[in-house]
Design a protein around this ligand. Structure first.
Ligand code: BGC
Length: 674
């Protein structure tokens, strides 16, 4: 444990000695306090109010009543595949949390995308545990570098919004660990978040806030989590047993007591349903974090800097730029020429997203938000939507159509899932009408989850996935379209051609989504989630995981392995790859390292991402990129021994620029120490 944590823990231990039993009970919930995002202080002991704010797109307005930098959606950050940028985002958010007088950010959300219809896909990173861990961990480190806590959420297997408060995710042990807990495990071990939020749903019949196996056994004992666990808001509403939550390891019930009412705690304690020792453990964990955030020292204080700074807005813009994924670019239509006429259309030209609770608890209201229209009109040859479409497009080099989703009902929004994978009919009609005008068409998609495009993709020449690009989005989109920047995002999630192709929906039965008559959701596809499913079933996705085009071209030259034999799970090796930008523009490529499971003795996905590195290159530049591989990432979870196992065998690894890349593989031998 780091020294600061040790000192904070000592203070917490000293303080608990001063507390009466009643005060100990009262601290476990924001006792009768009317505020939603701060706990009740204890005047007698000088315990301050602990103040949190929602994320994960920045500091949420409903928590602070302050405007803040609206960052692009989490999925856009994942699409950057840029760890350094993720750390910068975390630090920028942390600074704003501190400046708005809060102690903790309820972020990042690290649930795995099981279904592309999950209403909160935009708030999460990916369908892949490795990418999720690698981008989420630096976000946590960045947030906490500012002296405020990160609360990773929603633990665990909270993969849909439909019936989220009552459904049970039915998952076998291997799938639970290998798919749904793996990123949580990695982030806990690598980034040491100060809190974890328990999810609304049940896992295998037990509510997450009272799940002893998930919290006490796995999170705390197995992974060594040092922070505290708090509930999602009102997650305990359907629960009955107070002792169950204490014994499971839950420190804080939010936003006010139900299961942790003082009277309920007294009753359970008197009946001997939990020990004072377990009570102390929960309180110490929580008080320790309060000390670490400076809550006791009257800090952090609100400062005028709470309003988003120029620096933080620039960070948001970089995420928007780097996260954009160029999905199609026939004949090199993009980038557009600044000297020639461009006509713009679409439902999303003037759309703003930063409104109170728009999309749910992640909503950040920025001081200003640059729409695509505003971004595009900074260029003099751009013509806004005309009355007479035909007249406008004469002589235009291209028509750009801005469409996508928003945070309305049944789209990308908390509390309910999307209804379908396609764009609204009105938008499809518009794309088709514009395509009939006879000029090349670019579609810019503004959305937080995969979109089916079969109805219209052959009618257009280029598609740019801009996600929800945040407060600087309009600038970032225009810069990408005109080639001031070069898109370097790669999909963090598979884009299926049809919803039936994706794992939770392929059975067509409510059993796998959204749940049977008893609201059990059976994860029958097991470990085959995302591209693992498409690869195993041999289904061609519309666009595969890891895919994204560039305005330039790259050539991989040689691959060299630093060490070919690894001996322990902590061992690492480095793959050195020579990469050259053979095109005419500066650009960045993401070198992705996949494990190819061709000779395993157990069932394993055909491919698994186990490392990556993003490399920026000027035209003609050549670099040796270094991708670090951890032996632990070769492992599968063995349900018999309840542990990770790395097979004693040569492992084939392949480097490429998407999960469907082709090429030569190299061999890494794992020989566990005997
Ligand atoms: C969401 C959490 C959020 C909490 C507090 C819940 O509805 O699931 O992500 O942090 O509310 O606003």
């Amino acid at each position: 444990m780091p020294r600061t944590q040790n000192a904070a823990e000592q203070k917490a231990r000293d303080l608990i000695r001063e507390m009466t039993l009643k005060e100990k009970f009262q601290i476990l919930a924001s006792h009768g306090y009317h505020r939603f995002y701060s706990t009740k202080p204890n005047q007698r002991l000088g315990i301050p109010s602990f103040k949190v704010t929602d994320g994960p797109l920045g500091v949420a307005y409903h928590s602070t009543r302050k405007k803040a930098t609206r960052f692009p959606a989490t999925i856009a950050l994942a699409a950057t595949w840029n760890r350094d940028l993720a750390r910068e985002v975390g630090a920028a958010m942390g600074q704003e949390v501190r400046a708005s007088g809060r102690h903790m950010l309820l972020a990042p959300g690290i649930n795995i995308a099981r279904t592309p219809l999950n209403g909160r896909t935009f708030e999460y990173f990916s369908e892949d545990p490795c990418l999720t861990r690698e981008i989420a961990a630096p976000v946590v480190v960045g947030i906490q570098s500012e002296g405020v806590g990160a609360c990773i959420k929603h633990y665990a297997a909270n993969n849909q919004e439909t019936d989220r408060g009552s459904s049970s995710s039915e998952i076998d042990e291997r799938t639970l660990h290998e798919t749904y807990l793996r990123a949580f495990e990695g982030v806990v071990k690598e980034a040491d978040p100060w809190a974890v939020m328990s999810a609304y749903n049940k896992v295998n019949g037990v509510y997450c806030s009272g799940h002893e196996y998930l919290i006490r056994e796995v999170l705390m004992k197995k992974w060594g989590f040092q922070g505290f666990v708090m509930t999602d808001w009102f997650a305990t509403r359907p629960m009955k047993s107070t002792a169950q939550c204490i014994n499971a390891g839950l420190s804080l019930e939010m936003p006010w007591p139900k299961i942790y009412k003082t009277s309920a705690l007294e009753k359970a304690f008197e009946a001997g349903e939990f020990s004072e020792e377990s009570l102390h453990d929960l309180i110490i964990r929580y008080l320790k974090v309060m000390y670490m955030t400076g809550a006791f020292a009257d800090g952090p204080q609100s400062t005028p800097q709470a309003v988003s700074t120029i620096h933080n807005q620039a960070v948001a813009r970089r995420v928007a730029e780097e996260g954009m994924v160029l999905l199609k670019n026939e004949g090199g239509l993009l980038p557009l020429d600044k000297k020639d006429l461009v006509c713009i259309f679409g439902t999303h030209l003037k759309k703003k997203f930063g409104r109170l609770l728009y999309g749910g608890s992640s909503a950040v209201v920025p001081p200003q938000e640059v729409t695509p229209l505003e971004g595009m009109l900074r260029h003099k040859n751009v013509m806004p939507p005309p009355q007479d479409r035909l007249r406008c497009v004469q002589g235009a080099q291209a028509c750009v159509v801005f469409v996508g989703l928003d945070h309305g009902r049944g789209k990308d929004s908390e509390t309910r899932d999307r209804k379908r994978l396609e764009l609204p009919d009105k938008q499809v009609k518009l794309i088709k009408e514009v395509a009939l005008l006879g000029r090349p068409v670019v579609v810019v998609l503004i959305a937080g989850s995969p979109i089916a495009m079969s109805e219209w993709i052959d009618d257009v020449q280029a598609v740019l996935m801009a996600w929800y690009p945040g407060m600087e989005g309009g600038h970032a989109i225009a810069d990408a379209l005109f080639g001031t920047t070069n898109p370097s995002g790669k999909l963090p999630i598979t884009f299926p051609a049809r919803i039936e192709d994706s794992p939770a929906h392929s059975s067509g039965s409510p059993r796998t989504y959204p749940g049977d008559e008893e609201k059990r959701v059976w994860y029958d596809e097991g470990i085959y989630v995302g591209y693992r499913w498409f690869d195993k079933q041999g289904i061609e996705p519309l666009f595969p995981f890891g895919f994204g085009l560039s305005y330039t071209e790259f050539r991989l030259d040689y691959i060299q392995l630093e060490r070919e034999i690894l001996n322990s799970p902590e061992d690492t090796t480095v793959l050195e790859v020579a990469i050259e930008n053979i095109g005419e523009r500066p650009g960045a490529e993401v070198l992705q390292l996949y494990l190819e499971n061709t000779n395993s003795r157990v069932e394993r996905p055909p491919r698994e991402l186990i490392g990556f590195e993003k490399v920026h290159l000027e035209p003609g530049e050549r670099k040796a990129a270094r991708i670090t591989l951890k032996a632990g990432d070769l492992a599968f979870y063995d349900a018999e021994s309840h542990n990770w196992i790395i097979e004693d065998r040569p492992h084939d690894v392949i480097i490429g620029n998407s999960s469907r890349c082709e090429g030569d593989s190299s061999k890494i031998l794992y020989r566990g120490r005997r």
